[in-house]
Design a protein around this ligand. Structure first.
Ligand SMILES: Nc1nc2c(c(=O)[nH]1)N[C@H]1C(S)=C(S)[C@@H](COP(=O)(O)OP(=O)(O)OC[C@H]3O[C@@H](n4cnc5c(N)ncnc54)[C@H](O)[C@@H]3O)O[C@H]1N2
Ligand code: MOO
Length: 406
């Protein structure tokens, strides 16, 4: 068995070295994609000093002599103002450019309008007040977003704010999925004796949709060697293939021998619970090259946890996402156990499904790797080292699901 940290150290660099190609997309299509180049601003945001309030643009030094002023111009947002005449003020609105010669804005609530183009100020302005300075958000030449960022809605808005209409992103990945198991049935069809519904594929497809990849599914593959080889070969043109089930040691487990036949098995069995029988390798393509392969366990919890901890970061890295953004170990937090864990696994590190609230982790009662409800009713995984016991009140490492899928 390989340690999880060692597996990650072995496979993540492979993805970093073999990131996929780049394409230009329109800004709105870039949501959820990974930026392939640094984006540098060619302008200041805002472009001009502008008003932070509806009110009056003034010269603060004029207030030494007087409190009543003539309004010499009106500046709505989008206008190009004249210089402020000495001894006068300008009516101004939020976002409008500050006229040359003015160094301060007084909000209209502090001003009395006399009706003959004159106004009286009830407050003394401080130089610089209510002025939003040119370039205070983004300065010309600044790296606004770095290569390797997965673009969220705010990132896309930030790019729009500097006038970018198209960006270079990693091309979409093509990911193949297959669920092995002669006992599996599709939701929508009645279950025959001994059958269970294929849920793993639905979990992955949901998780994959957050990664903006194209999914190709061959659906359910029966437990036989030939069918397994054929399904794997049919997905060889994908960037990566994920299968579930059939990776353990029984006679009905055909994934390991099949991957050895159609490609190469590079690693098998990880010292983690849930998720021990994980296969990693590749499927050869007839025309040369290969597709990465992850054979995840059939147990629904094992398959989902292995996906989040191992496969998802690998797919992110293939798209060029920065390692610091995908390595969930950097986002572990300490939580206080609201439970006791007295019979630890001596050979594997464990990931316990917990619900964390106000810094306290409550353990889901049934930690079986077949109980998918444990994932539905938890929001994080407590990570325990081999043999680690836990007493109530102890501080333990935890990774939250939101940090696994961000
Ligand atoms: N003698 C041993 N037996 C087992 C070992 C072992 O080391 N020695 N490891 C156990 C562990 S740990 C796990 S995890 C499982 C993994 O086995 P497989 O990956 O070969 O998975 P299957 O046996 O095909 O299925 C396990 C379980 O999951 C259900 N399943 C399968 N596919 C799906 C699906 N698509 N959706 C929902 N549920 C699925 C399946 O019906 C089984 O109940 O092996 C242990 N055994
Ligand atoms: O690895 Mo298995 O997932 O312990 O049940």
């Amino acid at each position: 068995m390989i340690e999880l940290n060692d597996l990650l150290a072995q496979i993540w660099p492979l993805a970093v070295q073999q990131t996929v190609g780049i394409e230009q997309v329109e800004l709105k299509q870039a949501l959820g994609r990974v930026l392939a180049q640094d984006v540098i601003s060619t302008l200041d945001v805002p472009q001009h000093d502008n008003s932070g309030m509806d009110g009056y643009a003034v010269r603060s030094a004029d207030f030494v002599a007087q409190r009543q002023f003539e309004v010499s111009q009106r500046i709505p947002a989008g206008a190009s103002p004249d210089a402020l005449l000495p001894g006068t003020v300008a009516r101004i609105f939020t976002g409008a450019p500050i006229p040359p010669g003015s160094d301060s804005v007084v909000m209209q609530e502090d001003v009395q309008v006399l009706g003959d183009g004159q106004v009286v100020f009830n407050a003394l302005p401080k130089a610089g007040q209510w002025i939003r300075c040119a370039g205070e958000d983004i300065a010309t030449g600044q790296v606004v977003l770095s290569k390797g960022t997965r673009l969220d809605a705010i990132h896309v808005g930030l790019l729009a704010s500097i006038g970018v209409a198209e960006v270079a992103v990693a091309r979409r990945l093509k990911v193949g999925v297959m669920a092995t198991g002669s006992e599996l049935q599709r939701p929508g069809s009645p279950l025959k004796a001994g059958q269970i519904y294929n849920s793993n594929e639905y979990v992955w497809c949901g998780l994959l949709s957050a990664l903006n990849v194209d999914v190709v599914s061959v659906g359910i593959v029966p437990d036989n060697f030939k069918a397994t080889c054929a399904a794997l070969e049919s997905l060889a043109d994908c960037d990566a293939v994920i299968s579930s089930g059939g990776v353990s040691v029984g006679e009905e487990d055909h994934v390991k021998p099949a991957i050895e036949k159609v490609g190469e098995l590079r690693s098998w069995k990880v010292a983690m619970k849930p998720g021990k029988p994980i296969a990693f390798g590749h499927i050869n393509r007839l025309q040369g090259g290969y597709s990465w392969f992850f054979g995840l366990p059939g147990n629904p919890v094992s398959s989902a946890v292995a996906f989040k901890l191992i496969v998802k970061p690998f797919l992110d890295l293939l798209q060029g996402q920065a390692v610091t953004q995908v390595d969930w170990r950097l986002r572990m937090q300490q939580v206080q156990a609201d439970f006791a864990w007295l019979k630890p696994d001596e050979r594997r590190e464990e990931f316990l499904r917990v619900h964390v609230q106000s810094g306290k982790a409550r353990l889901f009662a049934n930690q079986s790797s077949g109980v998918l409800t444990s994932l539905a009713q938890s929001n994080g995984l407590v990570r325990l080292a081999k043999g680690q016991v836990v007493s109530p009140g102890e501080w333990v490492d935890c990774v939250m699901y939101r940090d696994l899928m961000s």
